[in-house]
Design a protein. Structure first.
Length: 124
């Protein structure tokens, strides 16, 4: 990685953290930008760049699949009480972290599972 690539990656990381900070702060974009001393145009410029980069990364990750239009969804059920637990079948994979449980059967594509787990880890 040369210095130009390193600088670009550093800026992307910095702005990703700022946008995440704004999302969790509960402030409006206007108020957040005033607090940080940045313009709204700069904020939205970096938001657009990060979204574009995320789309490129997603497309690169999906380029190994033959049909990008195929999507897979699974039902997500929240327990009625914390004491309620679902039984796991021997041929299923179950990953739990805190209050989150991801269960996948043997036919669930590993690429989708990997993407799901990355997103869960990113959000938690």
């Amino acid at each position: 990685m040369n210095s130009r690539e390193f600088t670009a990656e550093y800026r992307m990381t910095h702005w990703a953290q700022l946008l995440q900070e704004r999302n969790t702060s509960g402030l409006s974009v206007k108020d957040f930008c005033m607090d940080k001393g940045i313009t709204r145009n700069t904020y939205f410029y970096w938001q657009k760049k990060l979204r574009e980069a995320a789309c490129v990364r997603l497309a690169e990750g999906n380029s190994k699949t033959t049909d990008l239009t195929v999507q897979s969804f699974a039902e997500v059920r929240l327990p009625e009480s914390s004491a309620q637990t679902a039984s796991i079948q021997p041929d299923q994979l179950c990953v739990e972290s805190g209050l989150c449980r991801v269960t996948a059967g043997p036919g669930y594509p590993i690429e989708y599972l990997a993407t799901l787990l990355r997103e869960v880890l990113r959000l938690c």
